[in-house]
Every structure is written in C-alpha cells, then in structure tokens.
Ligand binder design. Sequence first.
Ligand code: HC0
Ligand code: SF4
Length: 571
Amino acid sequence: SIQVKINNIDIEVPAGTTILKAASLAGFKVPTLCYHPDVQATGACGICVVKMENGKTVRSCNMKAIAGKSYTTHDEDLLRIRRTILSEVLAKHPQDCLLCRRNGSCELQDLAAEFNLRTNDLPREVPDIPVDDSCAVVMDMKYCIQCMRCVSVCSKQQNVNALELVGKGREARIQPVGGGTLAESPCVKCGQCAAHCPVNALKENEAFIPLRHAIANKELFTTVQIAPAVRVSLGEEFGFKQGDNVAGKIYAALRRLGFNAIFDTNFGADMTIMEEATEFVHRFQNKEMLPLITTCCPSWVEYLERFYDDMIPHFSSSKSPMMMTGVLTKRYYAQKNNIDPQTIFNVAIMPCTSKKEEKDRKEMAQSDGLQDIDLVLTTRELARMIRQAGIDFTNLKDEAPDSLLGDFSGAGLIFGATGGVMEAALRTAAACTGEKLEKLEFQAVRGLTDIKETTIKVAGQDARIAVTHGLVNVQHVLDRVREAKKNNEELPWHFIEVMACKGGCVSGGGQTYSKEEDTRALRAKGLYDTDKDMSIRQSHENPSVQEIYATLLEHPGSHKAHELLHTHYTP
Ligand code: HC0
Ligand code: SF4
C-alpha cells in the first residue's frame, strides 16, 4: 500500500488505487459524470479533475494516486473548471427537466444542483435527433452527453457492439452501428446501455400507461407476476438497502395498484426446473445433443441465434419462468377459477428490457392466438407506478402472493443471480436420479467469477457444468464446445447456464440505477439469504408444482407439458 494526502488528510491506500477512489476512502466525493465502476474510465467528461501539488490538474477517475503525493479535490479553481464543463454540456442538452423521465434520477441534474448552477450564458444548441423507439430499448439521443458508457458496456461487457460514436466535434453522436434503427442493429435488447445511461438518452420502452388503462377496465381480470431479481432491487427506489428483499411489500403494492391476482415468477422458475432438469437428465443419459444450454434469458437467446446459430439445437426447449407462469395463468388458473382466459390481462414485472420482446416471440405464440403475457414492466417502471398511485411503499405491511402460482421454493428464488438457474436444476436433477445431496448449496456456481465450473453425479455419472454471465464471456465457453465437437473430443461441459447481464438478472437492464461497486453481490446475497431460511428449497418439493402435475400435466416432459411449457427454436 501507499501513503497519499487528500485535502491534507493522510491516507493509506492499496498501490494502484485511482485518485478518485483514494479521495473517496479519505471521505471526499469527487464529482463524476462519464465515470461508472462497471466501465473502463475514459476521463471523457473532465468533471473529476483534481489538483496536484504543482497546481497541475488531472482527471482523477483514470489516474493512479502516486505514493507520497498530495491532491486537492475541491477549491475555487476546480469548482470553476467543473462549472464551465457542465455549462458546456448543459448548453447542448434539452432543459425540459420537469417533463423528463429521469427527473430525480438524472446524474446531470444532480451535478447542476451540486454546483449550484443557476444561469448559463452559453449559446443553446440542442441537436435535433429523432427518437428511435424501434424496439424495447428506446434511444432519444438529443439527451445524450456522450459519456460513452453505453458504447463501452455494449462492447466490453456484452460483446455486441450495437452502438458507435460517429462524427467529430459538434457533429459527434452515438448511433446504432451502421446508422439504421436499433432494431436493425445487432442489439440483443439487454438494456445494459439503458441501465448505465446517466441521462434520458437510453431507456426502456415504457408501458405503464396502457397498464393503468387495463387495470381501470372492469371487464378485464388483471394478473401479475414478479421476477426473482425485482424483489432485491425495487426497495432501493424507496430508501431500502441494496439487496433488501421487499417481496412482501411488492405484493401489497400490486394489490393496492388494483391487480386481481398476484403471482410470482419464482413459481414458474420451479416449473422450469422440473422440465429442464428432466430434459437434462434425459439428454445426459442418452448422450443426446449435449451440452444442454439454458434459454431463460431472452437476450442470450438472441445473441446465440445471431452469433452461434450452429448451437441452436443445444438450446433447452423449456420456456422461461416468465412464460411458464404466463401460460399457466391463462390455461390453469383461469380454468380452475372459472375465468374466461380471453378476459385475463397478464402482466410481468421484470428486471429486464428484453423480456418485453420475449413475450412476443413467435416461439411463444399459441395456436389459438391467445397471448400468454400481455405486458412487461421493468423494476424502474413499477417504482414510478407505485409513486404515481400514492402508495406509501416504505410503510406497507408485508402481504403474501396468491396461490397456487404464487407458491415457490428457494430454488425458484435464486434464479435471479448468476448460477441460480443451474443450482436450482442441480438440486432437482440429482434428486430425480436418486443421488443423495449432502448439501443443497452449490457454492462453485455462485459469485461473480466470469466462468464457473463444477461437477455433479447424475445417475452415477459425472456431469460437468459451466455457468457464465456477461455476454463477453460466452465466446470462451462456446468456442471450447465447438472445438471439442469438431475434433470429436470429450465435451468440456454437459450443461451450460448463460445469463446475458453480468451478475445475472440482479443487475438486469431494467433494474434500479446504481453506481455502487458491490450492487450485484448485495442483491445476490439478498436472494441466497432468503433461500437459506426457507423450508422448501427444491423445486420438486413445491406442493403447488406437485399439484399442477397431478391435476394437469401428469409428469415432467409429458405430452401436455410439452404442449404448454416447451417451445422449439429454429435457425
Ligand atoms: Fe430473470 Fe428468469 S431469472 S430471466 O434474470 O430463468 O428477467 O429475476 O424472471 O423468466 O425466474 C429476468 C430475473 C426472471 C425468467 C426467472 C429465468
Ligand atoms: Fe447493446 Fe444491450 Fe444496449 Fe442493445 S440493449 S445496444 S445490446 S447494451
């Protein structure tokens, strides 16, 4: 470690620490705009300048602190420089803050307030760029401040490269690669660009106004499910700590919003495990089309279709938990409760933008035209809706979801973190072939390592498992599989879980904005901690799952189960 001085405070920091981080450790928050802990600091905006002893200024986000040196983070000169930079950005930015969706969560607005910027003499020149709402992620680039976070995350974390910076100087702007719409680009709608956008330039295609109308329509019976990861993020919008599981309050809030029945995607996750674990055991024992690859993440599905289409036959045919909960709402719950499925308006609250597209995929279409999921809201949209309805979320008493589609095991709950789908599947796959599990926890597939591996006994044989997240890591996994297949060698893995977003759904593109470094770990911990305390922690032990098989589906993998719960992906 090294010794540095920040505003005359002595502090010891690990060698290699940036000045920005050193300042934070010393108790000073240097303002930033383009910086985000998830992306490599470019120093593009210059707001984070600090002064060295000799009076020279440097950008603190990408400069390492030097041993024995002293830095000033706040004085009149620095304030003046920062205000000038900010004034230039604001001169090119729309000033409709009151009407802006990011009002209250905009990093630019926060800085203007922090610097007490009240007037701006610079000439206004807001670029005239039309809105692109061609897909689930909307681009409104007149708001763009060219921080480059979106371009960086799309390329370095997601390896999609759907966005590019074109033009120079005042002509510079970010656009979908090639200049068409985002829908025409290779974009997989993961929403990571939106989750990292500091302003109103990239965002989800908002859907809560049609939802309000549906709830107000008395002819409709409105049903809703919440995804695993939503419950450990929504609370942050209302002052709860990162990772606090606020599921009970969410159920209560959804009831107050006027939904007629409240379900949980975790239930569908248990159903997915029943089908997917059965599918895996079958393929593993028959050495058929291995490795099996999970398909519950629609951005991942789209990515593989686009970049590895030779692997499509390896896809699991089991639908995602959202779609399984959706289909069982209209084909099971409706029947059981004498409701005409045509009058059900079925909503899903997801941490994700691409779930807005999954519901409309041709693979999810029913032969009679009935749509299983009618509308998807992100976590952020739900927060807005709760505020708008005047619901005092913080003080709500916990409530329970409705049965049966609201009943779940701990295995269904942990889906929201990377490795969760695999751990849940292993808890059931092993049990289904009579293997005794000494422990339900599979630590090897938990956590934020890029590629996680483990081996487990299935029907007496070793099954090799891989889990990866953040699309940039996929190539290392799939290239090894391709290589082994080409050379007729033993496969490196038999079962692979992929989630498009780093950390899994807990940091999906529709989650609460965060610039904290440990957000992913804290939200995942929220899920694992709840699982640990649950009495039922394996999908096949969920009594509601058992009842649905007993009364409707017979057994996992049955003809009826295939009709409702499986699909087929084609190149
Ligand atoms: Fe996920 Fe899911 S775990 S994709 O991240 O599998 O979005 O939370 O709802 O469907 O359960 C998202 C989260 C889900 C689904 C589940 C899966
Ligand atoms: Fe890239 Fe994902 Fe944004 Fe599409 S949604 S532009 S793939 S980061």
